[in-house]
Design a protein around this ligand. Structure first.
Ligand code: G3I
Length: 400
């Protein structure tokens, strides 16, 4: 990290003290029955000048994904001081990028591995941040652990499928209790090409995808009655998402008809620029998108932006051009979204280009490194950060 950048971070003294406590927490406060709650410092106010402070002045919150890493490793981790400084500079909300997923948390049917998520949770508590849970069930074959595909579901597969899900959700929710006030209970259950629901070994055993998803929410409500329960998906405002959006609306309508306890839609918001116009082509997308979001809130769902980042497609390699258009595109999107009083929380899927998932999943064809996050690979603030700040600043205040 650029020394001047670090020095200029407007951190509160209290936060620095808490960061130290967070370091201590890393040395191991996990107990047999859970994590020692003694590290929890309670919420701290957003740092002056931060995105979280701008959000907070309007009754909103800003946060980011964070990863686990060994102390000092060059990762988007709380244990990387350069990345931790960005989190403390701008965020009051956190979400673990991977460490709460079944693949990370459940190495075998009868075994859980909480070490990495516990370390993130301890740092979050010690830093006075609020943690979101992502996720209790990623309803897709591709993202479930391999052992599930050779698991013996026995003579009553439906009962065993239900047992695996209930045990998972009960175990996670009991461990973290009220320290996690919001969960992505089910993630990405809708097929983007036709809007139908995916099947997985669990839903095949239980007999239907719908029953499996409903079970996850009902179990989460019972296990974490205080928590906000979210269905999280990536249907976006770009062209080509119509079937996905329709499928999500069908699912949300079904929840209401079946009285399934779902409080909010998590709109991931992995945005993709459409053109090199100043707004990245956003103007052409807003009407359709508003119709979708209007339909969601008309069913009495709250909204969250859970995974904001921007892919700079259809743009020249010049970083200055890309940063400008990405910022204009995100500004237009956030202005539309923040006009909804149902939207309080905005989370970036990582604060720093250096650690973004996008490079590994969808590199640019010209080889120019992606620039999807509010800070560049050298930890310098980019126009995207200004755009987020400006949009939060322009948002109508929500009641406290
Ligand atoms: O940790 C292992 C490492 O030990 C191994 O050597 C390496 C080799 O591939 O893999 C590492 O795991 C990777 C993990 O990220 C941690 O870096 C997985 O392969 C890789 O699949 C995983 O990707 C994550 C992906 O979800 C799948 O879980 C991305 O980091 C993460 O950003 C992405 O996040 C998703 C959200 O959960 C849901 N919405 C979409 C979003 C972006 O795809």
């Amino acid at each position: 990290m650029d020394g001047a950048t670090v020095a200029s971070l407007p951190l509160l003294d209290r936060r620095q003290g808490l960061a130290f406590l967070g370091g201590l927490a890393l040395t191991g406060c996990a107990t047999a029955g859970g994590i020692a709650p003694a590290g929890a410092a309670g919420p701290v106010p957003a740092a002056p000048g931060s995105l979280a402070a701008t959000a907070s002045a309007r009754g909103r919150r800003f946060g980011s994904a964070v990863a686990w890493g060994r102390p000092g490793a060059d990762r988007g981790s709380f244990a990387n001081p350069a990345y931790a400084a960005l989190l403390k500079r701008d965020c009051t909300l956190l979400v673990a990028e991977n460490e709460m997923k079944w693949q990370a948390l459940r190495p075998a049917a009868d075994r859980y591995a909480f070490d990495r998520f516990d370390a993130i949770m301890a740092w979050s508590d010690a830093s006075g941040m609020v943690m979101r849970g992502h996720n209790l069930l990623w309803h897709q074959d591709k993202w479930l652990p391999r052992w599930l595909f050779s698991h013996s579901f026995g003579t009553d597969p439906a009962a065993e499928g239900r047992r695996l899900i209930v045990d998972h959700i009960d175990t996670v929710c009991a461990r973290y209790g009220t320290r996690i006030p919001s969960y992505d209970v089910v993630n990405e259950a809708v097929r983007p090409d036709d809007g139908g629901l995916y099947d997985t070994p669990l839903s095949r055993a239980i007999g239907s995808a719908e029953a499996t998803i409903d079970l996850a929410f009902r179990t989460a409500r019972a296990a974490a009655p205080q928590a906000e329960l979210v269905y999280n998906d990536y249907m976006s405002w770009e062209p080509g998402n119509g079937a996905h959006r329709d499928g999500v609306l069908r699912l949300l309508r079904g929840f209401r008809e079946r009285d399934v306890p779902v409080d909010a839609l998590g709109i991931q918001s992995h945005l993709v620029t459409q053109s090199d116009a100043a707004d990245g082509g956003a103007a052409a997308l807003t009407d359709d998108w508003r119709r979708f979001v209007d339909a969601v809130v008309a069913m009495d769902y709250r909204l969250l932006i859970t995974e904001l980042d921007v892919r700079d497609n259809n743009l020249p390699a010049d970083p200055a051009v890309r940063d400008r258009v990405v910022a204009g595109y995100a500004r237009a999107y956030l202005d539309v979204m923040l006009a909804y009083p149902q939207l309080r929380d905005v989370l970036a899927w990582g604060m720093c280009d250096r650690y973004s998932w996008i490079e590994g999943f969808e590199a640019r064809s010209d080889g120019a490194p992606r620039r999807p996050c509010p800070y560049d690979a050298q930890f310098r603030a980019k126009p995207l950060r200004d755009a987020i700040n400006a949009s939060l600043e322009a948002a109508a205040p929500l009641p406290a």
